[in-house]
Design a protein around this ligand. Structure first.
Ligand code: AMP
Length: 400
């Protein structure tokens, strides 16, 4: 990764005068059932790169995917995001109803410096996810320069995220991609110790690789959320009907031993808020995590557990947060996650570096208004986790 930082060809010192710049963005935004966009962060995050290219004399051709269409699906047409994109960018955005072919090429060639065109969903073409070279070549005909700013898709070797790069002499890292890489580097290569990883969320099974990689990197791991109950059950605790992956109990024990051998301290909650059903309005009370009565389940961090983590967060100089500490979607069980957000915000304001990544912790951070209080909130769940695991992302490799 350090090498990556040294040779990263960013757009800072590039003139785009007269260039038609194909920018692969990640506008895969969520919609509600009335086709309204519920979170525009991904579009907002692309603004810096687009503005910079326009300011330096280029025109912009935006490529993105939207959802997982199987062929052409007008419910996932990029025409649905043109107006919002235009509003956020503060610029007119022309929509091109195709992605490759005669019409697409012709329209892209008529763009004047300062103009922006959004192409139709790249995934309307099944060749995209197969990473087909011929399709990538067609896409490359849309412009003279390629910029990748789609961190959220950088772990996929798709035509528009990876394969396309080979058809351009001039190819660059967009500002978002650059920021994501620099933030991850601040944790995995230049993380100031002590480094704390906070892992929450529902399941341990989906986080095994990341936990294993973190053992070589961090000083402390705080386990919260649904994941904690597998560890407690494995150690003989009574967890009632709390979420648990029985098949991973042995693994949890192994992990505790591995951590010990590597000098990494694993912290588990002592008390939790338990509920008599999986429901926001369920009856609730505080219980020791290893003494949960039958018919009750743990849904949030408890008050003693919150007190316990205060000194841990205070002493940590680098904090990585992935996964909520409880069922934050239920107001009555979101207190632990909110409290954690407050503690990390406070530590950040006092100089710690905090990186939040992975779908649900990002959603929680946004829901409770902590996004501007963390050092960096990643836009890419899978891509961020793979980077932290030390994997090389094909989208990034292709730009080197
Ligand atoms: P993940 O995608 O693995 O990070 O899991 C996130 C989900 O875990 C969120 O939707 C939370 O509601 C859920 N979650 C967190 N804590 C618990 C818990 N104690 N019981 C059940 N689900 C939980």
């Amino acid at each position: 990764m350090q090498k990556q930082l040294d040779i990263m060809n960013t757009i800072d010192n590039i003139s785009f005068h007269g260039e038609r710049v194909v920018i692969r963005v990640d506008y895969n935004v969520p919609f509600d059932d009335q086709n309204r966009i519920t979170d525009t962060t991904r579009i907002e995050s692309s603004k810096e790169t687009i503005s910079m290219v326009l300011k330096k004399g280029g025109s912009v051709i935006l490529l993105t995917h939207l959802g997982r269409p199987k062929g052409i699906d007008l419910n996932l047409s990029c025409s649905l995001i043109v107006d919002v994109t235009s509003k956020i960018l503060g610029e007119k955005v022309i929509f091109c109803p195709s992605t490759i072919g005669e019409e697409a090429e012709k329209l892209s060639k008529t763009l004047l410096p300062g103009e922006i065109m959004l192409m139709e969903n790249v995934r309307f073409y099944p060749q995209e996810t197969k990473g087909e070279k011929a399709f990538a070549k067609e896409l490359s005909k849309l412009g003279s320069v390629y910029v990748n700013d789609a961190f959220g898709s950088a772990h996929r070797a798709h035509s528009s995220t990876t394969i396309i790069a080979q058809f351009f002499e001039k190819k660059y890292f967009g500002k978002l991609l650059e920021k994501e890489i620099r933030s991850i580097d601040k944790v995995i290569n230049n993380g100031k110790k002590p480094i704390l990883a906070i892992l929450g969320g529902a399941k341990i099974s989906s986080k095994i690789t990341i936990i294993e990689s973190l053992l070589d990197l961090v000083n402390d791991i705080l386990i919260g959320g649904g994941m904690a109950y597998t560890f407690i059950k494995a150690q003989g605790g009574a967890i009632g009907s709390s979420i648990c992956e029985n098949d991973f109990c042995n693994y949890a024990i192994e992990l505790i031993a591995k951590a010990k051998a590597k000098g990494v301290q694993i912290h588990l909650p002592k008390d939790v808020i338990i509920a008599d059903s999986f429901n926001n309005l369920a009856n609730k009370k505080v219980a020791f995590i290893n003494q949960i009565p039958k018919g009750w389940q743990g849904l949030d961090f408890g008050p003693k557990s919150i007190e316990d983590i205060k000194p841990l967060i205070k002493k940590s100089k680098t904090i990585l947060w992935n996964g909520p500490l409880g069922v934050f979607e239920f107001d009555n069980f979101s207190k632990g996650t909110i409290k954690l957000g407050e503690l990390i915000s406070d530590a950040t304001s006092k100089g710690a570096f905090s990186l939040v990544g992975g779908g649900d912790s990002v959603a929680a951070v946004k829901k409770f208004g902590f996004n501007n209080k963390m050092s960096y909130v990643s836009t890419g769940g899978g891509a961020m986790l793979e980077s932290l695991e030390g994997k090389k992302l094909p989208g990034i490799e292709a730009l080197m």
